[in-house]
Design a protein around this ligand. Structure first.
Ligand code: ATP
Length: 283
């Protein structure tokens, strides 16, 4: 069954979410130096560097196979890498798993989901770093989870097993788990690919509001270049595992760079607030 259209977004964040997402004093500047990843003996990322300010939104773009998901997986610590990943001045690889999970949340593109687990219990897994060893979740954990599910239009599916969701519903549940984690750095791998237009807007607006209100630092891969240009304040173009361009969206979303790295013919216009809009043109 398709979901109902998402509710209009209020200007203010819901109390519970704004109370539970870390405040502006949380650590969240993300710095990457000379990052490299080798998979199956082949270099997939080389000499990647980036710097995302506290409360910044970096969109990583690039053609299929450029290394975008690999970059996010390395940042999330689920792949071995060379080089340094720092949150403020703390090397992420030195953190214990639990401490890292409080600083950095990652929503993968297509995670394996336990088909019998309910939507609520899966999103509640995001609270694991806050639950004492051998303990149970508390009221706050359940409230945070319920609030995030509500913001993502998932409350009515809370007791539904994951195996009985549509693709777009599954994608929002994966995001819900990451948001319930309350980490100041959020890594989202193609968070909108399976979503209808209304839910794309709902998800990106929610992430943007959390970023502006609470200083979340966001890194996301996005294939939709216009969406990337509308939401990100910085962009990085990856090509064959290396940084081909980086800067503000207007510096990266140029007709020349897109032609060269995507082999696509586009027209780049200027949208609201001077942000670039990318339109495909028929050859
Ligand atoms: N586990 C793996 N073992 C070996 N090679 C891999 C592995 N995972 C990915 N690769 C290769 O690494 C390269 C980068 O893959 P990655 O998934 O990061 O690209 P991407 O930019 O996210 O692509 P897409 O836009 O298609 O999602 C590709 O050539 C891919 O085939």
């Amino acid at each position: 069954m398709p979901d109902a259209a998402p509710d209009a977004l209020p200007d203010a964040l819901p109390d519970v979410v704004s109370d539970v997402v870390p405040g502006g004093d949380a650590m969240s500047r993300l710095t990457v130096r000379d990052l490299s990843v080798v998979l199956d003996g082949r270099p997939v990322l080389s000499e990647v560097g980036l710097d995302v300010r506290d409360g910044g939104w970096l969109a990583v773009i690039g053609a299929n196979g450029a290394g975008k998901s690999t970059l996010l997986r390395a940042l999330a610590g689920v792949l071995p890498y060379g080089g340094d990943v720092l949150i403020d001045d703390t090397p992420v690889r030195r953190l214990r798993h639990r401490d890292r999970a409080r600083l950095l949340a990652y929503a993968p593109q297509t995670p394996a989901l336990p088909v019998d687990m309910t939507v609520f219990d899966y999103a509640l897994l995001g609270r694991t770093p806050y639950i004492p060893y051998l303990g149970r979740e508390g009221r706050c954990d359940r409230e945070v989870t319920a609030s995030v599910l509500e913001r993502l239009d998932l409350s009515r599916l809370a007791s539904r097993p994951l195996g009985r969701l549509s693709g777009g519903e599954r994608q929002r549940v994966v995001l819900a788990r990451a948001l319930a984690q309350q980490a100041p750095v959020l890594l989202l791998d193609e968070p909108t690919t399976a979503l209808d237009l209304g839910h794309q807007q709902q998800v990106l607006e929610l992430v943007d509001r959390l970023r502006l209100a609470d200083g979340l630092t966001v890194v996301t891969t996005l294939h939709d270049l216009s969406l990337a240009g509308q939401y990100a304040d910085a962009m990085m173009l990856l090509s064959a595992g290396r940084v081909a361009a980086s800067g503000v969206p207007a510096e990266v979303l140029t007709e020349e760079l897109i032609a060269e790295h995507f082999e696509a013919r586009v027209r780049v216009g200027t949208g609201p607030a001077g942000r670039p809009e990318v339109h495909l043109e028929r050859p």
